[in-house]
Design a protein around this ligand. Structure first.
Ligand SMILES: CC(C)(COP(=O)(O)OP(=O)(O)OC[C@H]1O[C@@H](n2cnc3c(N)ncnc32)[C@H](O)[C@@H]1OP(=O)(O)O)[C@@H](O)C(=O)NCCC(=O)NCCS
Length: 338
């Protein structure tokens, strides 16, 4: 690698047009190489997507790396809040033509002090292709594989809508909303969300939220701030009036043909009654009735979560990629990388 290496913060709003264009080309070339299922946006949509941050992951840092002035890599880091203030969720991408020259490692070395300066202790990377360059590189620099996940996609054109005609289990009614839970359901919705903590998560250091009604309202506000629409479908017990199962779908304006299937949870006492499949099937019917432009739905599930994977299969998801998460302690990585 050239000795004139520099890592600099990147602000989309202040970037020179030539830098934005070069970053787009780097991103597209990497996606086409690294993903069997790339979502390649055209330039204007990609610029819009740079400004649309994932709502649940906190502030984002963006850096670019140059060698002798040439753009060779980018690094995107989310700094999640509250129970995850120890973590920096990091994705480093090197231009395909500049791989295996030490660029990725140089980016990580330059980045680690920045992450430490922001109080972070651990770096994690998610959804790297299992056995692919990212996972091999991460292990090579001293990180460990901390979870196994699978990326699943539902291609609307390939699925007969009859799969989503799931009868209501006896004793439950459906409720649904866009953006804000009704006041009478928000407390039991928070309790149901809390059971996400039972979901297998491997050895990732990411801690799921301690959900309360107040945290639900904060999360809804973050979705609004970031212009991401969240639809929620829940099953309500007729006997207690409480939410016992839920599923969430996020819609980004930057990805008008995609939806992102987020959390699905069923309270333990109500499992095995088909409620998970019922709320997910209802979600798909409602979503597509309102947004017929949606062509694909994306989700990521822990590879050990057999129940969720089975439900996803029943409603038409197929596995597009086996993925892993990687973790490393920043102090240890700095020591190893010298
Ligand atoms: C992962 C990535 C950032 C590595 O960047 P890079 O500049 O090619 O990596 P380096 O040159 O610093 O590699 C250092 C060492 O990591 C290991 N490594 C890197 N890529 C590898 C690969 N494809 N297969 C096996 N080992 C690999 C090797 O041990 C390598 O040393 P060597 O070349 O002397 O054998 C790059 O492949 C990439 O952009 N991948 C797509 C995005 C991604 O998965 N990022 C994950 C990081 S969060």
């Amino acid at each position: 690698m050239s000795r004139k290496f520099e890592l600099q913060p990147f602000e989309a709003d202040q970037a020179a047009p030539a830098d934005l264009r070069a970053l787009y080309e780097l991103s597209v070339a990497a996606l086409r190489l690294d993903r069997p299922d790339p979502v390649v946006l055209d330039y204007d949509d990609w610029v819009a997507s740079l400004r649309q941050l994932a709502p649940s992951l906190g502030p984002r840092g963006y850096w670019i790396a140059r060698c002798d002035g040439e753009l060779v890599a980018k690094a995107v880091v989310y700094f999640p809040p509250k129970e995850n203030e120890h973590l920096a969720l990091t994705e480093i991408t090197v231009a395909p033509r500049r791989r295996r020259e030490g660029v990725g490692t140089a980016v990580l070395m330059a980045l680690l002090p920045e992450l430490e300066a922001r109080g972070r202790k651990l770096v994690e990377g998610w959804e790297l292709s299992k056995g692919g360059p990212g996972a091999q590189w991460a292990v090579g620099v001293g990180m460990r594989i901390s979870k196994s996940t699978i990326a699943q996609t539902l291609d609307i054109r390939d699925v007969a809508p009859a799969l989503w005609e799931v009868p209501a289990p006896d004793g439950f009614r459906v409720a649904e909303w866009v953006g804000a839970a009704p006041d009478e359901l928000v407390a039991s919705y928070a309790r149901a969300l809390h059971v996400m903590r039972d979901a297998p998560a491997g050895d990732s250091e990411y801690r799921l939220a301690e959900w309360t009604a107040e945290r639900v309202r904060e999360a809804e506000a973050r979705h609004r701030e970031r212009n991401v629409v969240q639809r929620v479908v829940v099953a309500v017990s007729e006997a207690t009036g409480e939410v016992v199962a839920l599923t969430q779908m996020d819609l980004y304006t930057a990805y008008p043909e995609w939806a992102v299937q987020q959390d699905t949870a069923v309270i333990p006492a109500y499992r095995g009654k088909g409620l998970g499949r019922w709320v997910k099937a209802h979600m798909l019917r409602a979503l597509l009735a309102e947004r017929p432009s949606i062509g694909k739905i994306y989700t990521n599930v822990n590879a050990d979560n057999q129940h969720m994977i089975r439900v996803n299969g029943q409603i038409g998801f197929t596995t597009s990629r086996s993925t892993v998460g990687v973790s490393g302690e920043i102090a240890e990585l700095r020591r190893l990388l010298g």
